[in-house]
Design a protein around this ligand. Sequence first.
Ligand code: MTE
Ligand code: MO
Length: 423
Amino acid sequence: MGAGDPKDPRRRRLLRGGLGLGAALVAGRAAAGTGAPDPKITELQPWTSGPGVGVEANPYGLPVRFEADVVRRNVPWFSADTISAVNFTPLHALDGTLTPNGLCFERNHAGVAEIPPEDYRLMIHGLVERPLVFTLADLMRLPRESHSYFLECAANTGMEWRGPQMNGVQFTHGMIHNVNYTGVRLRHVLKAAGVKPAARWLLAEGADAAAMSRSIPLEKALDDCLIAFRMNGEALRAEQGYPVRLVVPGWEGNVWIKWLRRLKLGDQPWAQREETSKYTDLLADGTAREMSFVMEAKSVITAPAPENPITHGKGPLVISGLAWSGRGRIASVDVTLDGGVNWHAARLDGAAGPKALNRFYLEVDWDGRPLLLQSRAVDETGYVQPTKNALRKLRGLNSAYHMNGIQTWAVDADGGVSNVELG
Ligand SMILES: Nc1nc2c(c(=O)[nH]1)N[C@H]1C(S)=C(S)[C@@H](COP(=O)(O)O)O[C@H]1N2
Ligand SMILES: [Mo]
Protein backbone atom coordinates (compact mmCIF):
# COMPACT_ATOMS: atom_id res chain seq x y z
CA MET A 1 0.00 0.00 0.00
CA GLY A 2 1.49 3.35 -1.05
CA ALA A 3 0.64 6.98 -0.30
CA GLY A 4 -1.36 7.09 -3.56
CA ASP A 5 -3.67 4.21 -2.51
CA PRO A 6 -7.15 5.50 -1.51
CA LYS A 7 -7.22 3.02 1.41
CA ASP A 8 -3.96 4.37 2.82
CA PRO A 9 -4.69 6.23 6.08
CA ARG A 10 -1.72 8.50 5.37
CA ARG A 11 -3.52 9.73 2.24
CA ARG A 12 -6.69 10.54 4.17
CA ARG A 13 -4.66 12.45 6.72
CA LEU A 14 -2.97 14.42 3.94
CA LEU A 15 -6.27 15.32 2.32
CA ARG A 16 -7.82 16.42 5.57
CA GLY A 17 -4.73 18.39 6.54
CA GLY A 18 -4.81 20.31 3.28
CA LEU A 19 -8.52 21.07 3.35
CA GLY A 20 -8.35 24.58 4.82
CA LEU A 21 -6.12 26.03 2.13
CA GLY A 22 -7.58 23.80 -0.60
CA ALA A 23 -11.14 24.91 0.12
CA ALA A 24 -10.14 28.55 0.02
CA LEU A 25 -8.33 28.09 -3.28
CA VAL A 26 -11.14 26.32 -5.17
CA ALA A 27 -13.98 28.32 -3.60
CA GLY A 28 -14.56 30.39 -6.73
CA ARG A 29 -14.65 27.50 -9.21
CA ALA A 30 -18.04 26.55 -10.70
CA ALA A 31 -17.34 22.83 -11.16
CA ALA A 32 -16.12 22.41 -7.60
CA GLY A 33 -19.00 24.49 -6.24
CA THR A 34 -21.83 22.70 -8.09
CA GLY A 35 -20.44 19.21 -7.77
CA ALA A 36 -20.88 18.75 -11.57
CA PRO A 37 -18.38 16.28 -13.08
CA ASP A 38 -15.30 17.96 -14.54
CA PRO A 39 -14.89 16.70 -18.15
CA LYS A 40 -11.12 17.35 -17.86
CA ILE A 41 -11.19 14.46 -15.39
CA THR A 42 -14.06 12.28 -16.59
CA GLU A 43 -13.44 12.39 -20.38
CA LEU A 44 -10.53 10.87 -22.22
CA GLN A 45 -8.18 13.69 -23.26
CA PRO A 46 -6.12 13.73 -26.49
CA TRP A 47 -2.81 13.52 -24.59
CA THR A 48 -3.97 10.26 -23.04
CA SER A 49 -5.70 8.64 -26.02
CA GLY A 50 -2.52 8.28 -28.09
CA PRO A 51 1.25 8.36 -27.60
CA GLY A 52 3.26 11.57 -27.89
CA VAL A 53 6.31 12.25 -30.07
CA GLY A 54 9.45 10.15 -29.70
CA VAL A 55 12.85 11.07 -28.34
CA GLU A 56 14.17 12.07 -31.77
CA ALA A 57 11.61 14.87 -32.23
CA ASN A 58 13.72 17.49 -30.41
CA PRO A 59 17.46 16.72 -30.31
CA TYR A 60 17.86 20.13 -28.67
CA GLY A 61 14.81 20.72 -26.48
CA LEU A 62 12.61 23.80 -26.70
CA PRO A 63 9.92 25.11 -24.32
CA VAL A 64 6.44 23.61 -24.64
CA ARG A 65 4.28 25.52 -27.16
CA PHE A 66 1.94 26.80 -24.43
CA GLU A 67 4.81 28.95 -23.16
CA ALA A 68 5.46 30.60 -26.54
CA ASP A 69 4.83 34.05 -25.02
CA VAL A 70 7.80 33.75 -22.69
CA VAL A 71 10.36 35.51 -24.86
CA ARG A 72 12.84 38.37 -24.81
CA ARG A 73 11.24 41.56 -26.09
CA ASN A 74 12.69 44.86 -27.28
CA VAL A 75 11.29 48.36 -27.64
CA PRO A 76 11.32 49.81 -31.17
CA TRP A 77 12.24 53.37 -30.14
CA PHE A 78 15.50 52.43 -28.35
CA SER A 79 17.70 52.71 -31.46
CA ALA A 80 17.45 53.16 -35.23
CA ASP A 81 18.43 49.57 -35.88
CA THR A 82 18.28 46.36 -33.84
CA ILE A 83 21.99 45.63 -34.39
CA SER A 84 22.69 48.23 -31.71
CA ALA A 85 19.88 47.57 -29.29
CA VAL A 86 18.71 45.76 -26.21
CA ASN A 87 16.04 43.20 -25.49
CA PHE A 88 14.68 42.37 -22.05
CA THR A 89 14.52 39.23 -19.89
CA PRO A 90 10.89 38.18 -19.20
CA LEU A 91 11.30 38.41 -15.41
CA HIS A 92 7.53 38.19 -14.86
CA ALA A 93 7.45 34.67 -16.32
CA LEU A 94 10.40 33.21 -14.41
CA ASP A 95 10.83 31.82 -10.91
CA GLY A 96 13.81 30.66 -8.91
CA THR A 97 17.02 32.54 -9.65
CA LEU A 98 18.82 31.19 -12.74
CA THR A 99 17.92 32.70 -16.10
CA PRO A 100 17.45 30.11 -18.87
CA ASN A 101 20.02 30.67 -21.62
CA GLY A 102 17.47 31.44 -24.32
CA LEU A 103 15.88 34.17 -22.19
CA CYS A 104 18.99 36.13 -21.12
CA PHE A 105 18.57 39.74 -22.27
CA GLU A 106 20.99 40.90 -24.97
CA ARG A 107 22.76 44.22 -25.31
CA ASN A 108 24.84 44.48 -28.46
CA HIS A 109 26.47 47.57 -29.91
CA ALA A 110 27.19 46.06 -33.34
CA GLY A 111 25.08 42.93 -33.53
CA VAL A 112 26.10 39.40 -32.55
CA ALA A 113 29.60 38.34 -33.62
CA GLU A 114 29.90 34.76 -34.86
CA ILE A 115 33.35 33.31 -34.10
CA PRO A 116 34.27 29.70 -34.99
CA PRO A 117 35.89 28.28 -31.85
CA GLU A 118 39.03 27.21 -33.72
CA ASP A 119 39.54 30.80 -34.91
CA TYR A 120 39.29 32.26 -31.41
CA ARG A 121 42.39 34.05 -30.01
CA LEU A 122 42.92 35.95 -26.74
CA MET A 123 45.96 38.27 -26.69
CA ILE A 124 47.57 39.55 -23.48
CA HIS A 125 50.11 42.34 -23.80
CA GLY A 126 51.16 45.77 -22.48
CA LEU A 127 52.85 45.88 -19.07
CA VAL A 128 53.56 42.13 -18.90
CA GLU A 129 56.75 40.07 -18.80
CA ARG A 130 55.64 37.77 -21.64
CA PRO A 131 52.95 38.77 -24.15
CA LEU A 132 50.81 35.67 -24.73
CA VAL A 133 48.12 34.42 -27.07
CA PHE A 134 45.62 31.81 -25.86
CA THR A 135 43.43 29.67 -28.04
CA LEU A 136 40.17 28.31 -26.64
CA ALA A 137 41.87 24.91 -26.19
CA ASP A 138 44.65 26.64 -24.19
CA LEU A 139 42.12 28.31 -21.88
CA MET A 140 40.40 25.00 -21.26
CA ARG A 141 43.63 23.50 -19.89
CA LEU A 142 43.69 25.99 -16.98
CA PRO A 143 41.97 25.29 -13.63
CA ARG A 144 38.26 25.94 -13.93
CA GLU A 145 35.51 27.16 -11.53
CA SER A 146 31.76 27.66 -11.70
CA HIS A 147 29.89 30.53 -10.01
CA SER A 148 26.45 32.14 -10.38
CA TYR A 149 26.37 35.91 -10.84
CA PHE A 150 23.89 38.53 -11.98
CA LEU A 151 24.75 40.79 -14.92
CA GLU A 152 22.81 44.05 -14.86
CA CYS A 153 23.18 46.74 -17.53
CA ALA A 154 23.87 50.11 -15.92
CA ALA A 155 20.87 51.41 -17.89
CA ASN A 156 18.44 48.92 -16.30
CA THR A 157 15.44 50.87 -14.91
CA GLY A 158 17.08 53.99 -16.43
CA MET A 159 13.86 54.97 -18.16
CA GLU A 160 12.31 55.52 -14.72
CA TRP A 161 14.61 58.40 -13.67
CA ARG A 162 11.93 60.84 -14.83
CA GLY A 163 8.97 58.93 -13.40
CA PRO A 164 7.04 55.76 -14.27
CA GLN A 165 7.54 55.04 -17.98
CA MET A 166 7.28 51.35 -18.72
CA ASN A 167 4.26 49.33 -17.70
CA GLY A 168 5.87 45.95 -17.19
CA VAL A 169 8.61 44.46 -15.05
CA GLN A 170 10.16 42.94 -18.19
CA PHE A 171 10.86 46.50 -19.40
CA THR A 172 11.50 48.31 -16.09
CA HIS A 173 13.92 45.68 -14.73
CA GLY A 174 14.61 43.15 -17.50
CA MET A 175 18.17 44.25 -18.41
CA ILE A 176 19.43 41.63 -15.98
CA HIS A 177 20.21 37.94 -16.04
CA ASN A 178 21.65 35.49 -13.55
CA VAL A 179 23.78 32.68 -14.93
CA ASN A 180 26.05 29.95 -13.61
CA TYR A 181 29.36 30.56 -15.42
CA THR A 182 32.21 28.13 -15.86
CA GLY A 183 35.58 29.57 -16.68
CA VAL A 184 39.11 30.39 -15.63
CA ARG A 185 40.03 33.03 -13.08
CA LEU A 186 41.34 36.08 -14.94
CA ARG A 187 44.21 36.22 -12.43
CA HIS A 188 45.56 32.81 -13.62
CA VAL A 189 45.79 34.11 -17.16
CA LEU A 190 47.35 37.42 -16.07
CA LYS A 191 49.88 35.61 -13.86
CA ALA A 192 50.88 33.40 -16.78
CA ALA A 193 51.83 36.56 -18.69
CA GLY A 194 53.55 38.07 -15.62
CA VAL A 195 52.03 41.43 -14.64
CA LYS A 196 54.72 44.15 -14.32
CA PRO A 197 54.77 46.13 -11.05
CA ALA A 198 53.82 49.38 -12.78
CA ALA A 199 50.53 47.91 -14.07
CA ARG A 200 47.39 49.37 -12.47
CA TRP A 201 44.70 48.96 -15.14
CA LEU A 202 43.49 46.37 -17.61
CA LEU A 203 41.91 47.11 -20.99
CA ALA A 204 39.44 44.42 -22.09
CA GLU A 205 38.40 44.47 -25.74
CA GLY A 206 35.78 42.53 -27.70
CA ALA A 207 36.16 41.05 -31.18
CA ASP A 208 32.77 42.30 -32.42
CA ALA A 209 32.46 45.14 -34.93
CA ALA A 210 31.97 47.55 -31.98
CA ALA A 211 35.34 46.41 -30.53
CA MET A 212 33.71 47.23 -27.18
CA SER A 213 36.51 48.22 -24.79
CA ARG A 214 36.61 49.09 -21.10
CA SER A 215 39.29 49.92 -18.53
CA ILE A 216 39.16 47.78 -15.40
CA PRO A 217 41.23 48.40 -12.24
CA LEU A 218 43.85 45.66 -11.80
CA GLU A 219 42.64 45.04 -8.24
CA LYS A 220 39.24 43.88 -9.55
CA ALA A 221 40.86 41.89 -12.37
CA LEU A 222 42.92 39.95 -9.80
CA ASP A 223 39.91 39.44 -7.49
CA ASP A 224 36.83 37.53 -8.70
CA CYS A 225 36.74 38.07 -12.50
CA LEU A 226 36.35 35.02 -14.75
CA ILE A 227 37.16 34.33 -18.37
CA ALA A 228 34.02 32.28 -19.00
CA PHE A 229 33.26 29.77 -21.74
CA ARG A 230 30.14 28.06 -20.33
CA MET A 231 26.79 29.38 -19.18
CA ASN A 232 24.40 27.20 -17.18
CA GLY A 233 26.53 24.22 -18.16
CA GLU A 234 26.57 24.60 -21.94
CA ALA A 235 28.67 26.70 -24.31
CA LEU A 236 27.99 30.44 -24.20
CA ARG A 237 25.25 31.53 -26.57
CA ALA A 238 26.54 33.58 -29.53
CA GLU A 239 24.65 36.60 -28.20
CA GLN A 240 26.33 36.25 -24.80
CA GLY A 241 29.83 36.33 -26.32
CA TYR A 242 30.63 32.84 -27.69
CA PRO A 243 33.17 31.43 -27.29
CA VAL A 244 34.52 33.56 -24.39
CA ARG A 245 33.31 36.51 -22.32
CA LEU A 246 34.63 38.40 -19.34
CA VAL A 247 32.65 37.99 -16.10
CA VAL A 248 33.02 40.95 -13.72
CA PRO A 249 30.87 40.05 -10.68
CA GLY A 250 28.74 42.84 -9.22
CA TRP A 251 29.85 45.43 -11.79
CA GLU A 252 27.81 47.08 -14.55
CA GLY A 253 27.14 44.86 -17.56
CA ASN A 254 29.11 47.08 -19.94
CA VAL A 255 32.47 45.90 -18.53
CA TRP A 256 31.55 42.22 -19.09
CA ILE A 257 33.23 42.22 -22.51
CA LYS A 258 31.79 39.62 -24.89
CA TRP A 259 33.78 37.90 -27.66
CA LEU A 260 36.83 38.81 -25.56
CA ARG A 261 39.92 39.10 -27.79
CA ARG A 262 42.45 41.35 -26.05
CA LEU A 263 43.68 42.20 -22.55
CA LYS A 264 46.21 44.99 -22.23
CA LEU A 265 47.93 45.96 -18.97
CA GLY A 266 48.64 49.66 -18.42
CA ASP A 267 49.34 52.20 -15.71
CA GLN A 268 46.19 54.31 -16.25
CA PRO A 269 42.69 53.98 -17.72
CA TRP A 270 42.25 54.43 -21.48
CA ALA A 271 39.25 56.83 -21.64
CA GLN A 272 37.28 54.69 -24.09
CA ARG A 273 33.96 55.91 -25.49
CA GLU A 274 32.05 53.61 -23.15
CA GLU A 275 33.65 55.17 -20.06
CA THR A 276 33.50 58.85 -21.09
CA SER A 277 30.60 59.72 -23.39
CA LYS A 278 28.57 56.68 -22.26
CA TYR A 279 28.21 54.86 -18.93
CA THR A 280 29.04 57.99 -16.95
CA ASP A 281 26.44 59.71 -14.78
CA LEU A 282 25.95 63.41 -15.54
CA LEU A 283 25.06 65.10 -12.25
CA ALA A 284 22.90 68.21 -11.70
CA ASP A 285 25.95 70.49 -11.36
CA GLY A 286 27.32 69.45 -14.77
CA THR A 287 30.09 67.20 -13.43
CA ALA A 288 29.90 63.48 -14.10
CA ARG A 289 30.46 60.35 -12.05
CA GLU A 290 32.95 58.21 -13.96
CA MET A 291 33.87 54.57 -13.44
CA SER A 292 30.69 53.99 -11.45
CA PHE A 293 31.20 50.26 -11.75
CA VAL A 294 29.30 48.71 -8.84
CA MET A 295 25.62 47.87 -9.16
CA GLU A 296 24.14 48.83 -5.77
CA ALA A 297 21.53 46.76 -3.93
CA LYS A 298 18.19 46.60 -5.68
CA SER A 299 15.02 44.52 -5.70
CA VAL A 300 11.74 44.24 -7.57
CA ILE A 301 8.49 42.34 -7.16
CA THR A 302 7.93 40.12 -10.22
CA ALA A 303 4.47 38.88 -9.18
CA PRO A 304 2.09 40.60 -8.88
CA ALA A 305 3.39 42.90 -11.61
CA PRO A 306 1.76 44.61 -14.60
CA GLU A 307 2.12 41.36 -16.62
CA ASN A 308 0.99 39.30 -13.61
CA PRO A 309 -2.34 40.71 -12.39
CA ILE A 310 -4.13 38.92 -9.55
CA THR A 311 -6.75 36.80 -11.31
CA HIS A 312 -7.83 34.58 -8.42
CA GLY A 313 -9.66 37.09 -6.26
CA LYS A 314 -9.13 37.48 -2.53
CA GLY A 315 -7.50 34.87 -0.33
CA PRO A 316 -4.02 33.35 -0.42
CA LEU A 317 -1.62 35.37 -2.56
CA VAL A 318 2.05 34.64 -3.21
CA ILE A 319 4.14 37.78 -3.62
CA SER A 320 7.46 37.00 -5.27
CA GLY A 321 10.48 38.94 -6.40
CA LEU A 322 14.22 39.29 -6.93
CA ALA A 323 16.93 41.07 -4.93
CA TRP A 324 20.63 41.55 -5.66
CA SER A 325 23.68 43.55 -4.68
CA GLY A 326 26.95 44.18 -6.50
CA ARG A 327 28.67 44.48 -3.11
CA GLY A 328 28.00 40.95 -1.94
CA ARG A 329 25.14 39.04 -0.37
CA ILE A 330 21.59 40.17 0.28
CA ALA A 331 20.93 40.32 4.04
CA SER A 332 17.16 40.87 3.98
CA VAL A 333 14.24 42.04 1.89
CA ASP A 334 11.17 43.84 3.24
CA VAL A 335 7.85 44.11 1.44
CA THR A 336 5.10 46.66 2.02
CA LEU A 337 1.48 46.32 0.86
CA ASP A 338 0.53 49.90 1.76
CA GLY A 339 3.17 52.07 0.14
CA GLY A 340 5.64 51.96 3.00
CA VAL A 341 3.45 52.41 6.10
CA ASN A 342 4.04 48.84 7.29
CA TRP A 343 6.95 46.62 6.22
CA HIS A 344 7.04 42.80 6.43
CA ALA A 345 10.15 40.64 6.31
CA ALA A 346 10.07 38.56 3.12
CA ARG A 347 11.38 34.98 3.07
CA LEU A 348 14.66 34.56 1.16
CA ASP A 349 14.44 31.29 -0.76
CA GLY A 350 17.60 29.20 -0.70
CA ALA A 351 21.06 30.55 -0.15
CA ALA A 352 22.22 32.68 -3.07
CA GLY A 353 25.93 33.41 -3.26
CA PRO A 354 27.36 36.93 -3.35
CA LYS A 355 26.61 39.14 -6.37
CA ALA A 356 23.83 36.81 -7.53
CA LEU A 357 20.06 37.07 -7.78
CA ASN A 358 18.10 36.10 -4.67
CA ARG A 359 14.47 34.96 -4.82
CA PHE A 360 12.12 36.21 -2.11
CA TYR A 361 8.53 35.33 -1.24
CA LEU A 362 5.88 36.79 1.03
CA GLU A 363 2.67 34.79 1.43
CA VAL A 364 -0.32 36.94 2.37
CA ASP A 365 -4.08 36.68 2.65
CA TRP A 366 -5.38 39.35 0.24
CA ASP A 367 -8.58 41.05 1.44
CA GLY A 368 -9.36 42.35 -2.06
CA ARG A 369 -8.43 45.95 -1.27
CA PRO A 370 -6.06 47.99 -3.50
CA LEU A 371 -2.37 47.62 -2.65
CA LEU A 372 0.75 49.72 -3.10
CA LEU A 373 3.41 47.04 -3.35
CA GLN A 374 7.11 47.74 -2.85
CA SER A 375 10.18 45.73 -1.96
CA ARG A 376 13.34 47.05 -0.31
CA ALA A 377 16.63 45.17 -0.27
CA VAL A 378 19.36 45.43 2.37
CA ASP A 379 22.80 43.99 1.58
CA GLU A 380 25.51 42.59 3.82
CA THR A 381 27.28 45.97 3.98
CA GLY A 382 24.15 47.46 5.59
CA TYR A 383 23.28 49.46 2.45
CA VAL A 384 19.51 49.96 2.18
CA GLN A 385 17.89 50.27 -1.26
CA PRO A 386 16.86 53.96 -1.49
CA THR A 387 13.68 55.55 -2.81
CA LYS A 388 13.77 56.92 -6.35
CA ASN A 389 13.39 60.44 -4.97
CA ALA A 390 16.37 60.00 -2.65
CA LEU A 391 18.46 59.04 -5.70
CA ARG A 392 17.17 62.03 -7.68
CA LYS A 393 18.12 64.35 -4.80
CA LEU A 394 21.65 62.92 -4.86
CA ARG A 395 22.21 62.67 -8.63
CA GLY A 396 19.70 64.94 -10.36
CA LEU A 397 17.72 64.00 -13.46
CA ASN A 398 20.39 63.90 -16.19
CA SER A 399 21.40 60.31 -15.72
CA ALA A 400 20.19 57.27 -17.57
CA TYR A 401 22.22 54.85 -15.45
CA HIS A 402 22.33 53.30 -11.98
CA MET A 403 18.66 53.71 -11.04
CA ASN A 404 18.23 51.27 -8.14
CA GLY A 405 15.32 53.02 -6.41
CA ILE A 406 12.37 51.24 -4.83
CA GLN A 407 9.74 50.21 -7.40
CA THR A 408 6.02 50.65 -6.68
CA TRP A 409 3.24 48.56 -8.22
CA ALA A 410 -0.37 49.69 -7.66
CA VAL A 411 -2.80 46.77 -7.42
CA ASP A 412 -6.44 47.75 -7.88
CA ALA A 413 -9.48 45.96 -6.44
CA ASP A 414 -9.84 43.93 -9.67
CA GLY A 415 -6.25 42.69 -9.31
CA GLY A 416 -4.89 44.81 -12.19
CA VAL A 417 -1.35 46.09 -11.63
CA SER A 418 0.33 49.26 -12.87
CA ASN A 419 3.65 51.08 -12.54
CA VAL A 420 3.26 54.11 -10.26
CA GLU A 421 5.36 56.30 -8.01
CA LEU A 422 4.51 57.72 -4.64
CA GLY A 423 5.06 61.51 -4.33
N1 MTE B 1 32.03 42.97 -27.19
C1 MTE B 1 30.95 43.48 -26.58
N2 MTE B 1 30.79 43.26 -25.27
C2 MTE B 1 29.70 43.75 -24.62
C3 MTE B 1 28.74 44.55 -25.31
C4 MTE B 1 28.92 44.73 -26.71
O1 MTE B 1 28.12 45.36 -27.41
N3 MTE B 1 30.04 44.18 -27.31
N4 MTE B 1 27.69 45.10 -24.60
C5 MTE B 1 27.93 45.31 -23.17
C6 MTE B 1 26.78 45.74 -22.42
S1 MTE B 1 26.39 47.39 -22.49
C7 MTE B 1 26.10 44.90 -21.57
S2 MTE B 1 24.87 45.46 -20.58
C8 MTE B 1 26.41 43.46 -21.53
C9 MTE B 1 25.18 42.67 -21.92
O2 MTE B 1 25.42 41.31 -21.83
P1 MTE B 1 24.36 40.28 -22.44
O3 MTE B 1 24.17 40.60 -23.89
O4 MTE B 1 24.88 38.93 -22.14
O5 MTE B 1 23.06 40.54 -21.71
O6 MTE B 1 27.47 43.09 -22.40
C10 MTE B 1 28.50 44.04 -22.52
N5 MTE B 1 29.57 43.50 -23.30
MO1 MO C 1 24.83 47.89 -20.84
